[in-house]
Design a protein around this ligand. Structure first.
Ligand SMILES: O=C1C=CC(S(=O)(=O)O)=CC1(O)O
Ligand SMILES: [Fe+2]
Length: 341
């Protein structure tokens, strides 16, 4: 078996949006991403702390979808390793030389991974002007950086095995009484996750997680949308997660792409870091205060494209967390004459 690439971190998501101006308002004006590059069909954006060209790309297209997620690898040779690794898995692989792909990104390889997701691996990317202390440029939610991808997949154990083989650690899980795996959070950078798996029809993109420095910025984001009579963009939260302990707010962009505003998770960098395991019937797992998870959060997600830009077919889930008796989610199966647990 060939050597997997040395993944450093989740690096950027490329989303297809149907109205670039509305997307610019949502992701730029409201969330505060800096526009690093713009043309009539493409925007490259980055957070206040990000030193490379972008962490989010919005590409105008007919149908809202995920074009690809992208991981940065440690060396240029790791791009070659990624190419060989996925070729050995028998997966679709396409080399994307510098200048032929996303602006700012150097030599890269794009694959459709075993879970059906379009994934890019690159090392070289243009540096960008340091905005970390340009408080004068901050606006809206003041998003600092990309934190993670959350993907919907029907087979969580298969997703766990794939990312474990890529060298990802596992910080937290949601498991049944017999340790059946409902969800997992996995990392390469030293925080809770670079990628997480939500059980459901897939491959679909559940959300992009973006980080603020402070929880008051999460609250301010909700206030901004409320003030502007744009509260319909708020889907879930604000609240405190059980898993990750992060303070959160979920929004839907004008095309329905979900984004999580996320702050204050924790360090996972020690070599013997242990996985924290939640039971699927623990009402605090997804909201530490026991608040219900709105059904759309479990059921709705963005379609993903193949390497030729065609929507990928989805496979229904094996396990459905929202169908388990989960009490606070309000979706539980109430025992005859009993209460949800
Ligand atoms: O980033 C996350 C951290 C925790 C949770 S959960 O709702 O607490 O499971 C969801 C999430 O994957 O979006
Ligand atoms: Fe998330």
């Amino acid at each position: 078996m060939s050597t997997p690439p040395d993944v450093v971190r989740s690096a950027y998501a490329q989303l297809v949006v149907t109205d670039l101006d509305r997307a610019r308002w949502f992701w730029g004006d409201m969330l505060g991403f800096h526009i690093q590059y713009a043309d009539e069909s493409l925007l490259c954006l980055r957070g206040t702390d990000e030193l490379t060209h972008h962490s989010l790309v919005l590409r105008k297209g007919e149908t809202a979808a995920l074009d690809h997620i992208s991981y940065r690898v440690r060396t240029p040779e790791d791009v070659d390793r990624a190419e060989q690794y996925f070729k050995d898995l028998g997966r679709p692989v396409r080399r994307v030389p510098k200048g032929a792909g996303t602006p700012g990104v150097g030599d890269a390889v794009r694959v459709v991974d075993p879970l059906g997701f379009p994934v890019e691996f690159f090392h070289d990317i243009e540096r960008a002007e340091r905005h970390i202390q340009r408080y004068d440029l901050r606006r809206g939610a003041e998003i600092a950086r990309l934190d993670h991808f959350n993907i919907c997949t029907p087979d969580i154990p298969a997703a766990y095995a794939h990312y474990q083989a890529l060298g990802f650690g596992c910080s937290e899980t949601i498991e049944g009484d017999e340790h059946e795996l409902y969800a997992a959070w996995m990392y390469r950078k030293q925080t809770v996750h670079d990628v997480a798996f939500t059980g459901g029809a897939g491959p679909r993109l559940h959300h992009v997680g973006v980080a603020t420095h402070e929880s008051h910025q999460v609250l301010r984001t909700a206030d901004l949308f409320g003030s502007l009579r744009q509260e319909h963009h708020i889907e879930r939260g604000p609240g405190r997660h059980g898993v990750s302990n992060a303070f959160y707010l979920y929004l839907r962009d004008p095309d329905g792409h979900r984004v999580e505003i996320y702050t204050s998770d924790y360090y996972t960098g020690d070599p013997d870091h242990e996985t924290y395991r939640w039971n699927v019937k623990d009402d605090r797992r997804r909201d530490f205060w026991g608040n219900a998870v709105i059904e759309s959060w479990y059921k709705e997600a963005s379609p993903v494209l193949d390497l030729d830009g065609r929507p990928q077919p989805v496979t229904e889930a094996v396990l459905d967390e929202s169908a388990v008796q989960v009490g606070a989610d309000g979706l539980g199966i109430v025992e005859p004459g009993g209460q949800g647990s």
